[in-house]
Ligand binder design. Structure first.
Ligand SMILES: Cc1ncc(COP(=O)(O)O)c(C=O)c1O
Length: 388
């Protein structure tokens, strides 16, 4: 087995340096824990980048993958598949009731690109409104929809037809919405921007505006979806004032670490989509579908959604009022700890104490995106480090 310095040297030499990495190499994981090449054990409260909803290598997911791998790894949507049928049925069964069909793809950015395309197809219009502070991915259309930091700049030349409004401010949306607008797309909790939330009434006002002008409402639930907020989805829950969007986009948690993306759509949208309008070779592949099905079943059978609510209650109670902490933001297992100053010291102190957390584009906000299965006992380790 190679030591950390050797792994780092080889990876730095042969991989394009696109991420600022932590100085650890992960070798295996189980539940909320990961083990490094040096045999050290870390508590992962960042969930492998908001991905490992069921915890690392959940036994049901691993078993489903092993069994599927023995049968067939892949065939595309040119054929039917039992595991794809089951995954689609299960996903739609937990979705807000108006969202009746799934389109499978491979990542969050791809789900958003397809959602915007469906909105344009359904309306015959081109303009898309998104929000300052929202993050939607790094491919051309999604990065053009991302009015956060310098992302749009990285994505130049941008796709035309994107305009922005202020998150939580309906008047700013009304100022740019019109009968040329195909879609309004938003992250219902702006995670990367520092776990920014809007009043539930905002979602009702957006729904009304969309209905009035014939605009498709898209919730990018790449982070908030699949139980993370203590609801299967933000859309349709009390967090959104029970508002159902026309499309929900998903990725991250859906496959417990196996790349799977999806768009959940209502009949108004799906009726407008015809053969060959959308597609992707790998979307809906058997291995990915086995991962998605097992993920949804594990979340259900182990009551992880109610656990996500318990996580929020516990952490709000334990962290509110601690010295240096000015507030707790977010819902369920998508939480931001706002510090009075920069959160970088807390982030590195926690890492020294073998607890992985995330930063955000707000320098004062530390993000927690733990597995939905994280226990309160595990979280007490975070509390005691932050308590000094
Ligand atoms: C809200 C949101 N949308 C879209 C994406 C893009 O997802 P992916 O990296 O799978 O393309 C992300 C990724 O962080 C995200 O947080």
């Amino acid at each position: 087995m190679k030591d950390f310095e050797t792994i780092k040297r080889i990876e730095d030499k042969f991989q394009v340096a696109t991420y600022k990495k932590m100085n650890i190499a992960i070798e295996r994981g189980r539940g909320s824990w990961v083990w490094t090449s040096d045999g050290e054990q870390y508590l992962d409260l960042y969930g492998g980048h908001a991905v490992c909803a069921t915890g690392h290598s959940h036994p049901l997911v691993v078993k489903a993958l092993q069994e599927q791998a023995e049968k067939v790894l892949f065939y595309s949507n040119l054929v039917y598949s039992d595991v794809r049928a089951q995954a689609a049925e299960k996903l739609v069964s937990v979705a807000p009731k108006g969202l009746t069909k799934a389109f499978f793809c491979n990542s969050g950015t791809e789900a958003n690109e397809n959602a915007m395309r469906m909105a344009r197809m359904a309306t015959g219009r081109e303009k898309v409104i998104t929000f300052s502070g929202g993050f939607h991915g790094r491919t051309a259309d999604s990065i053009s929809a991302t009015f956060l930091g310098r992302y749009r700049e990285i994505g130049r030349p941008n796709v035309p037809g994107h305009v922005s409004a202020q998150f939580g401010d309906t008047d700013s949306v009304r100022a740019v919405a019109d009968e040329q607008t195909a879609a309004i797309m938003l992250e219902p909790i702006q995670s990367m921007a520092g776990v920014r939330e809007a009043d539930p009434l905002f979602f009702r006002e957006l729904r009304n505006l969309c209905d009035e002008l014939g605009i498709i409402l898209i919730f990018d639930e790449v982070q908030t979806g699949i139980g993370r907020t203590g609801n299967w989805f933000f859309g349709g829950s009390e967090l959104a004032n029970n508002v159902e969007p026309d499309i929900i986009t998903l990725a991250k948690s859906l496959g417990s670490g196996v790349p799977v993306g999806a768009c959940l759509v209502n009949d108004k949208v799906s009726e407008k989509i015809k053969e060959n309008d959308l597609g992707t070779t790998f979307g809906g592949g058997m291995l990915a579908m086995a991962a998605a099905l097992a993920t949804l079943e594990a979340i259900d059978s182990e009551s992880m959604i109610s656990n996500a609510r318990a996580v929020e209650t516990y952490l709000r109670d334990a962290l509110t009022g601690l010295p240096g902490i000015s507030g707790i933001r977010g819902k369920g297992c998508l939480l931001g700890i706002a510090f009075e100053g920069k959160c970088s010291t807390a982030h590195s102190t926690l890492l020294e104490n073998k607890i992985i957390t995330g930063t955000s584009s707000d320098p004062n906000v530390l993000r927690l995106l733990p597995p939905l299965s994280v226990t309160l006992d595990e979280l007490s380790k975070l509390v005691s480090v932050l308590n000094g």
